[in-house]
Ligand binder design. Sequence first.
Ligand code: SAM
Length: 294
Amino acid sequence: MHFPVMLNEVIRCLDPKPGENFVDCTVGEGGHARAILDRNGPDGRVLGIDLDPEILHKISMSIKGTDYANRLLLVHGNFSNLKAIVEKYGFSRISGVLFDLGFSAWHIEQSGRGFSLWRNEPLDMRYDLHGSITAEAILNFWSLQDIERILRVYGEERFYRRIAREIVDSRPLKTTMDLVMAVERATPRWYHRQRIHFATRTFQALRIAVNNELENLEKALPQAFEVLCNGGRLVVISFHSLEDRIVKNFMKAKAKEGLLKMLTKKPLKPSMEEVKRNPRSRSAKLRAAAKLFK
Ligand SMILES: C[S@@+](CC[C@H](N)C(=O)[O-])C[C@H]1O[C@@H](n2cnc3c(N)ncnc32)[C@H](O)[C@@H]1O
């Protein structure tokens, strides 16, 4: 069962109306996109971008022959190239842009690419299998200092030095279990009994590094602002403090210039019912703003 995160809040902020066009920069399994299409018919469209061709194939199969297929344009691409993608496909009068950052449930449960610390899989962690470096390459070939840096900066991991040392000493690492065990050896016993699994921050750091996640977001937000029509809404769901900081700083700076109006004073969080139904939503934060007429 696929539960799009904070769906009601996304719809409330995007406020889709018949005939309006939207860009879903992280279309994934299409949960949010479908809900938008349920409201902007009969002729409003959604441009759905995703970096992962496999997930795009999955959604395109699932909407085949439905009204969704007529109004959802699926594009394989990186949202860091948002403006070029929008221009290439001649998509205009954009009333809202949505980002639901990170990986999807499908990545964790079915992709077999090592996103989950609970499954023994190859250490890949790429969204786009044509792209960039794998987690395995980082772990086995990067210098001790570079591994320390990503654990400290992207993982905000307090034991970054000890974990990086253990990774380098345990080479070659091939699977997620090799990595979980290295983190376990490097960290004290009490750390293994915390609410958050002791390898969570290490996995987060690698995923961010492999997919250039923070740089992509930094590049995409100004483009999202640019492609929006006046009054258009920008909605971003983030899942950790590094992403949220980028979103907050961007929106606040634009609001200060009088170019955006904040629709959320503080970030919205999922309801208790949602967290119960979908524990993965627990760290979500949603920020929304509207482009001001100039
Ligand atoms: C949390 S999921 C989105 C789920 C979607 N909102 C839904 O309801 O099914 C995030 C998606 O963003 C994609 N993604 C991550 N980084 C991306 C990027 N830089 N450009 C485009 N897509 C990206 C991932 O492949 C993943 O499918």
